[in-house]
Write a protein that binds this ligand. Structure first.
Ligand code: ADP
Length: 472
C-alpha cells in the first residue's frame, strides 16, 4: 500500500483547493443574481472535471515515480525515467535517474577497489587467513591456500593446522583477548617454522558485528636456522679454542710444578705446547679469513688472473707436505686456460685447502691429481657461459653420501678425531665455499667410499666484450 492510498484526505484537500475557489465565486455570483444557474452549474461541472483530471494525473505520475524508485533500488544498470504527464514529475524522474547513475558509478568504483585489494592480498607472499566466530576459515589468500590446500576454506582451522598454541591463541583472541604471536612448526612436506600473528579484527562499518580473527603467517625457517648456526658457531669456536688452551695451561702448570727439574719432560711438553699453539693460531687465522671473506662475498673480484699459474704455485708449496706422505701430486692441463676474473690470494687459498685435504685424507703412497679443463661454452655445474674447472682427486677412504651436503658447514667433520689429529680446523671447506660463491662459481663434491673423492671448482671465465675483458 502506498502513501497516497493511505491518506485519501490529502486528495480531498487538493480537490477542495482546486474546486473550492471557483465554486465559491460561482455560488456568490449565483446568490447575487449576476449569473444564471444554467451557466453556473455547467461551469462548476467543468471545474470539477478539470480538478479530477489534474488529480488523476498527479496520482498516476506519483505512482509511476514510486514504482520507478522501487525498481531503481534493485537495478544494477541504468534505467530510463518513466513517461510522466507533468513537467515537475519529469524533472523529478530525470533527477532520480541521474542520482541512480551516480550511485552505480560509485559502486563500480568501490567494487573495483575491493577487487584490486583482494588481488593484492592474493599476491602477498605470506599467508593471510580470516577466521570467523567459530574459528572457521572465512577467507584465505592464495599463499594460504598454497600452503594448506583449498580444503582449508569454510572449515575449522583445527582441521588443517594442529598446533595447539596457535588454536589456543585464536580462541583467546575470539574470546576478546589481545593480539598475540606464536611459532608454528609444520613438519611436512619439509620442516618449516612459521611465525603466526593472531589479531582481533572487525570489518570496517561492522563495529558492533561479531569479532573475527586475522591470522598472518611468516616463514622464519631461514632466520631460525641462521640463529641456530650463529649459536652453534660461537659454541664450536669456543670449544675448539678451549681444548688447546686447556692443554697449554695444564702443561705450563706441570712445567712449573712436578716437571720443574726434568729436562726430558721440558723438551717433550714444549713440543706439545708448540703444536697446540700452532693449532690455535691456525684456528684463529681460519676464523679471521672466514669473516673477511664473508664481508666481501657480495662484491665480486675485478682483476683478471691466470688460474693455471695459481694452481702450479700452490702445488709447488705443497710438494714437501705431499712427499712426507709419499703422495705424488700430478697436474693435468691438456689445453690452455682462458683467464678468470678473480682474487689471486683467495683462489690460492681455495686450491691450497683442497689439495692439502687431498694429501691429508688420501692414502699414503697414492696420487693426487689436479685436473684443469675449460668446458667449451657449455654449462658446467650450473655456471652459465664459458667456465673453467679445477678438479682435485684423491685416492682416500672417500666420504659417505650422507655427509656430502654438510661438508662445507663450519666445523663439520666426518671424523672429528682424525681431522684434529691431522691438524685440521674444520673450516677449510667452509672457506672454499665462500670464496667460490664470491667468484660466482660452484663447488661440486663427488666421492665414493673406499675409492676416493673429487672436489671440483667451477669458475666463470672472463668474457671478451668489445675488445675488453670482463667478468664472466
Ligand atoms: P678439516 O680442517 O677438518 O680438514 P675441512 O673443512 O677442510 O676441515 O673439511 C671438513 C671435513 O670434510 C673433514 O674433516 C673431513 O672429514 C672431510 N674431508 C674434506 N676433504 C676430504 C677428502 N679429500 N677426503 C675425505 N674427507 C674429506
Amino acid at each position: 500500500m502506498r502513501w497516497y492510498e493511505v491518506r485519501p484526505v490529502r486528495f480531498v484537500i487538493i480537490g477542495v483547493a482546486l474546486v473550492g475557489p471557483t465554486a465559491s465565486i460561482l455560488l456568490a455570483l449565483l446568490l447575487a443574481g449576476h449569473v444564471d444557474a444554467l451557466i453556473a452549474l455547467p461551469a462548476l461541472l467543468v471545474n470539477v472535471a478539470v480538478a479530477v483530471a489534474i488529480l488523476r494525473m498527479i496520482q498516476s505520475d506519483t505512482r509511476r515515480l514510486t514504482d520507478y524508485a522501487e525498481v531503481l533500488g534493485e537495478a544494477s544498470a541504468p534505467l530510463p525515467p518513466p513517461e510522466v504527464a507533468s513537467v515537475t514529475a519529469e524533472f523529478i524522474a530525470s533527477a532520480m535517474a541521474r542520482a541512480h547513475q551516480g550511485w552505480l558509478d560509485r559502486e563500480s568504483r568501490d567494487a573495483g577497489r575491493a577487487g584490486l585489494f583482494e588481488a593484492v592480498i592474493d599476491q602477498l607472499p605470506d599467508p593471510v587467513i580470516l577466521l570467523g566466530q567459530g574459528r572457521e576459515v572465512q577467507r584465505a589468500n592464495q599463499a594460504a591456500r598454497n600452503l594448506f590446500g583449498d580444503r582449508i576454506m569454510a572449515r575449522d582451522l583445527a582441521s588443517t593446522v594442529r598446533t595447539p598454541s596457535l588454536l589456543e591463541a585464536a580462541d583467546a583472541v575470539l574470546a576478546g583477548g589481545a593480539s598475540r604471536s606464536v611459532e608454528v612448526l609444520l613438519p611436512v612436506p619439509v620442516e618449516r617454522t612459521l611465525q603466526a600473528r593472531v589479531k582481533p579484527f572487525r570489518p570496517p562499518g561492522e563495529e558492533n558485528g561479531p569479532l573475527l580473527v586475522l591470522l598472518t603467517l611468516h616463514d622464519i625457517t631461514m632466520l631460525k636456522r641462521a640463529e641456530q648456526m650463529r649459536a652453534d658457531f660461537v659454541a664450536n669456536a669456543s670449544h675448539e679454542l678451549r681444548t688447546p688452551l686447556a692443554a697449554l695451561i695444564g702443561f705450563i702448570e706441570t712445567l712449573r710444578g712436578p716437571a720443574k727439574d726434568d729436562p726430558a719432560a721440558h723438551e717433550r711438553f714444549l713440543g706439545i705446547m708448540f703444536d697446540q699453539s700452532n693449532r690455535m693460531s691456525r684456528l684463529v687465522n681460519d676464523l679471521l679469513s672466514l669473516s673477511r671473506i664473508e664481508m666481501d662475498e657480495h662484491s665480486p673480484p675485478t682483476t683478471e688472473i691466470d688460474v693455471a699459474k695459481i694452481v702450479r704455485n700452490v702445488a709447488a708449496t705443497l710438494e714437501l707436505r705431499a712427499a712426507s706422505r709419499k703422495v705424488k701430486l700430478r697436474l693435468e692441463q691438456p689445453e690452455p686456460m682462458p683467464p678468470v676474473v678473480g682474487d689471486e690470494d683467495q683462489l690460492s687459498q681455495v686450491f691450497q685447502n683442497l689439495i692439502d685435504n687431498a694429501i691429508k685424507y688420501g692414502k699414503e703412497q697414492t696420487e693426487v691429481t689436479v685436473a684443469l679443463t675449460a668446458p667449451v661454452n657449455g654449462k658446467a655445474g650450473s655456471v652459465r657461459g664459458p667456465a673453467i674447472m679445477v678438479a682435485v682427486t684423491d685416492r682416500g677412504d672417500g666420504i659417505a653420501r650422507t655427509h656430502l651436503p654438510r661438508l662445507t658447514e663450519r666445523f663439520y667433520r666426518v671424523d672429528p678425531a682424525r681431522s684434529r689429529a691431522l691438524g685440521g680446523t674444520g673450516l677449510g671447506l667452509a672457506i672454499v665455499k665462500h670464496i667460490v660463491n664470491r667468484h660466482r662459481g660452484r663447488l661440486i663434491i663427488d666421492s665414493e667410499v673406499g675409492k676416493g673423492s673429487t672436489f671440483t671448482v667451477v669458475l666463470p671465465a672472463a668474457k671478451v666484450v668489445e675488445g675488453k675483458r670482463e667478468a664472466g
